[in-house]
Design a binder for this molecule. Structure first.
Ligand SMILES: O=C(CO)[C@H](O)[C@H](O)COP(=O)(O)O
Length: 226
């Protein structure tokens, strides 16, 4: 396992240790969340705690099944105690860019449903300013070229995300465009402008949502609170 993966494992396990018996937990997506779900399954087996999760992607649901973490859904549960998720960038105000794994729409739903959003990252994701990571935006396949044209007016050239040479289809049946803004001076303003474009389903900007960030770096694990 390389150093970055080791850090992802460490922060995933740290976040799992904060989950308490009886909690309903939003489970994010991505390689860091893999370690979280695995560690939650371990805790359930070893400590006999019982939790229920709502996954933000089909992949995370499969991991939950593999590691024995029971799942519930929003038909039976409207609020979560905590959501734990990875991120692609985190700025000093805890504003986030997410969606590298194309799961941003459901991730935002479980983030909003939770009393607390904990972000787990290795130190490479901590940035002074958002934007070096191309911002993922989920858009409707219908007229996607027009939606991308409107996004372009905001200062980037959106790139349709492909998989095996075809447009990547999200778990919700939509497309993703990756938007290389490079420097996002005002994430709140950009998010508002993007949300106004008809055809934009959701953006990868998570504004004022994260409460804590668990960072794994060379000096160990630090938990930063807002
Ligand atoms: O937003 C996400 C998926 O849509 C992920 O949380 C983000 O891409 C981080 O992934 P990883 O933990 O694999 O670095």
């Amino acid at each position: 396992m390389n150093t970055q993966d080791q850090l992802k494992k460490t922060v995933g396990e740290k976040a799992a240790s904060l989950v308490q018996d009886g909690m309903k937990v939003g489970l994010g997506s991505g390689s860091t969340v893999y370690w979280l779900v695995r560690a939650l399954g371990e805790r359930m087996k070893q400590e006999g705690i019982h939790i229920e999760g709502i996954p933000s992607s089909i992949q995370t649901g499969e991991w939950a099944n593999e590691f024995g973490v029971p799942l519930t859904d929003f038909a039976t549960t409207k609020e979560l105690d905590v959501t734990i998720d990875g991120s692609d960038e985190v700025d000093p105000n805890f504003q986030l860019i997410k969606g590298g794994g194309a799961a941003l729409f459901r991730e935002k739903i479980i983030a909003q449903a939770a009393e607390k959003l904990i972000i787990i990252v290795d130190a490479s994701k901590m940035v002074k300013q958002l934007g070096a990571y191309a911002l993922p935006v989920e858009i409707l396949p219908f007229a996607w070229e027009r939606t991308a044209y409107e996004i372009e007016k905001l200062g980037c050239v959106p790139v349709l995300r492909l998989k095996d040479g075809e447009p990547l289809i999200t778990d919700n049946g939509n497309y993703i465009v990756d938007c290389p803004f490079e420097k996002i001076e005002d994430p709140v303003d950009l998010d508002q402008k993007l949300q106004k474009i008809v055809g934009v389903i959701e953006t990868g900007l998570f504004i004022d949502m994260a409460d804590s960030v668990i960072v794994g770096g060379s000096e160990g694990v630090t938990m930063k609170e807002k």
